[in-house]
Design a protein around this ligand. Structure first.
Ligand code: HEC
Ligand code: HEC
Length: 235
């Protein structure tokens, strides 16, 4: 009981900075909760909650600043192994983040990052990013470091995509997106190649629709690479 109370106060302490640290009762008092301390704790929590609510509508942009370090300003990626996430549907971003958070979706770094946000914060970040403007990455500032779209490979990729019926879900040459399906047109070649290798690697068990899994499993590494060149070359 006492331990739990201290634990909760430490949590609140984290939220409120130094405020609660100044309260002397906390660790020393072995007696059951002194009413004054409990009242102060409750009041402090209510205050923190009210402040958080007041700050809520504005800070999607601020929260999304953290993402910019890797995914580029407003989600337009500047590096080939980092996906652009600008303008993706809010529901898609939210669901991916919650899967990273729960560990359902394997990741190198996103699991740890996603765990740093509450559901409400994730929602705000997703809403903010969904309003950012998508830009095809190959025209991005650092595109020299990336694999360039190869038109010959892209032509082969178009055939692969047609015969595999990828367009059933990735409509309009990969431009269309919805709450389950990300945009693939204009994404980095390198990222698309990595993703397709991940889809094929059963040990990673990346969430993916059964129909796509079947289609991708049938394709060779070379065919998948050409599909990546095709999609990356679309605007
Ligand atoms: C330290 C770098 C880093 C930061 C910061 C970061 N990401 Fe990521 N993100 C990655 C990497 C790397 C991947 C690929 C998955 C992995 O390996 O974790 C990724 C993948 C994603 C994906 C999947 C995209 C797709 O199409 O498959 C989404 C969505 C995403 N991140 C959203 C975010 C959001 C929202 C934030 C900010 C709250 C954020 N990321 C911050 C590195 C980062
Ligand atoms: C049944 C619908 C469907 C079909 C068919 C399909 N896809 Fe997908 N695709 C999806 C969905 C849904 C996702 C998102 C999966 C996830 O990460 O949750 C996706 C994700 C992807 C991604 C990763 C994009 C990213 O940013 O994470 C690539 C690349 C991709 N598909 C390529 C293909 C190719 C190539 C084919 C054909 C061989 C194909 N897809 C067929 C539905 C489909």
């Amino acid at each position: 009981m006492q331990r739990k109370r201290i634990h909760m106060m430490m949590l609140a302490g984290g939220l409120l900075g130094g405020m609660l640290m100044a309260m002397p009762v906390m660790a020393a008092d072995p007696a059951p909760a002194a009413p004054s301390a409990a009242d102060a704790e409750k009041a402090a929590k209510e205050k923190a909650l009210a402040e958080a609510k007041a700050a809520a509508p504005a800070d999607g942009a601020m929260l999304a600043n953290t993402c910019a370090g890797c995914h580029g300003t407003n989600g337009v990626s500047a590096g080939p192994s980092m996906p652009s996430i600008a303008g993706m549907p809010a529901k898609y971003l939210e669901h991916i983040m919650s899967e990273f958070q729960s560990g359902k979706r394997p990741s190198t770094i996103m699991g740890r990052i996603a765990k740093g946000y509450t559901e409400e914060e994730t929602k705000r970040i997703a809403e903010y990013l969904s309003k950012a403007k998508w830009q095809p990455v190959k025209s991005g500032p650092n595109s020299l470091t990336a694999t360039k779209v190869d038109e010959a490979k892209g032509k082969k990729g178009k055939k692969v995509i047609e015969s595999s019926k990828c367009g059933k879900c990735h409509e309009d040459e990969g431009v269309t997106q919805d709450e389950d399906t990300p945009r693939v047109a204009g994404q980095w070649v390198d990222y698309l190649v990595i993703k397709m290798q991940d889809f094929k690697n059963e040990h990673l068990s990346v969430p993916q629709p059964e129909k796509m899994k079947k289609a991708i499993d049938k394709l060779s590494a070379e065919e998948l690479e050409s599909a990546a060149h095709f999609y990356a070359g679309q605007k």
